[in-house]
Design a protein around this ligand. Structure first.
Ligand SMILES: Cc1cc2nc3c(=O)[nH]c(=O)nc-3n(C[C@H](O)[C@H](O)[C@H](O)COP(=O)(O)OP(=O)(O)OC[C@H]3O[C@@H](n4cnc5c(N)ncnc54)[C@H](O)[C@@H]3O)c2cc1C
Length: 319
């Protein structure tokens, strides 16, 4: 019988105490722990963010082989490696998802910029922009990439574009509707444990109250259009958490600026005077694709990044 992975690292008496609490296993005997699988893997810093080997053109790697563990981790890398192998054959730009738009981006970026001693597992805490990487907005974040590489149909892409349009229009409408202080309004507020209004407020302002929501306000929203549930959900989330989401979007903007400052593949870090020795060696080993990625390599300081930026600017001027 296979009884689960984590337990095999527990002391045997603890395992017995636990298993024997299960009806039917009162006399269970452990013959051999099953979860001691050993496997070999590459050091994923040999890979580009596209999952292509830096030194073996056209060879892409994904899954446990790259030092991760887990079904989703393997599937996420598998689809990216597969897409990029196909794009390579078609001589098209690789698909690289960044840390601000997907957990896949976080996973791959961590694998290719950090040398992990333990099998890598994806945890939400590894992502900096968790407010944006939500399950409910996965289609809004990623459909365009699927469409770009030919995995999403035009019809599905059009559906999403329409959905985004409906969300934007409804947010605008709700921000402009002043709900007044009529008795019907006050009743909906008190019925939902909210304080009554003394002066008018917009629907958007009411949605931001923790005890209220877009759906709850439907009875007093006389001109509300008929909208699909997933549109209503986005309107509600985007208004309720607008302040926090906007703050995170500003952080993402800063992050994107650094991600978009690309470093030429051929850059000779050992030639850049002003870089500290450790930074030189690390950059030479990891060969980051962007300034953003360079800044995440341990041992590369903000001062090294400044030196690198100045050097890249001088290169740009020369050409
Ligand atoms: C007992 C156990 C329990 C687990 N439980 C969980 C769990 O609950 N949740 C979870 O998320 N993860 C779990 N994992 C981890 C998860 O199964 C793996 O991390 C994941 O399946 C790895 O997928 P992969 O595609 O990278 O590799 P694999 O699934 O190992 O696929 C590699 C494939 O390559 C084939 N292959 C190897 N060499 C060659 C060759 N030379 N030529 C051709 N083919 C070759 C192999 O036969 C295999 O089919 C568990 C693992 C084990 C062992």
């Amino acid at each position: 019988m296979y009884l689960g992975g984590m337990s095999s690292s527990m002391p045997e008496d603890v395992q017995y105490a636990m298993y024997r609490t299960v009806p039917g296993l009162e006399n269970v005997r452990i013959v051999r722990n099953a979860y001691a699988i050993e496997y070999d893997c590459i050091n994923a810093v040999q890979l580009k963010s596209s999952l292509e080997f830096k030194k073996i053109e056209g060879l892409f790697a994904g899954g446990q082989f790259n030092g991760s563990s887990g079904y989703e981790e393997a599937a996420a890398q598998g689809i990216v490696a597969g897409i990029n192998a196909a794009l390579f054959v078609k001589k098209e730009e690789p698909l690289i998802l960044d840390r601000s738009e997907s957990y896949i981006g976080v996973l791959i970026d961590d694998l290719v910029t950090k040398e992990t001693a333990e099998p890598y597992r994806m945890m939400t805490s590894r992502a900096e922009y968790r407010l944006i990487l939500r399950q409910d907005n996965a289609d809004i974040r990623l459909t365009k990439y699927g469409y770009r590489v030919g995995l999403i149909s035009e019809e599905r892409m059009n559906r999403l574009t329409r959905k985004i349009q409906l969300i934007d229009e409804e947010i605008e409408r709700v921000k402009s509707v002043n709900i007044g202080t009529g008795s019907e309004v006050q009743k909906v507020l008190t019925d939902n444990g909210s304080t009554e209004l003394t002066t008018g407020a917009t629907l958007a302002e009411l949605i931001r109250r923790p005890e209220l929501s877009y759906d709850v306000l439907a009875p007093i929203d006389k001109h509300r259009p008929e909208l699909p549930c997933d549109v209503c959900e986005q309107v509600n989330i985007n208004l309720k958490y607008e302040g926090y989401i906007d703050r995170q979007l500003r952080q993402v903007e800063h992050f994107k600026k650094l991600e978009n400052k690309l470093i030429p593949d051929s850059l000779d870090y050992l030639e850049i005077s002003g870089l500290r020795k450790e930074a030189m060696q690390k950059l030479d080993k990891f060969r980051p694709r962007s300034i953003g990625q360079a800044s995440r390599i341990s041992g590369v300081s903000p001062a090294d990044i400044s030196v690198l930026l100045v050097y890249l600017e001088s290169l740009r001027r020369k050409h």
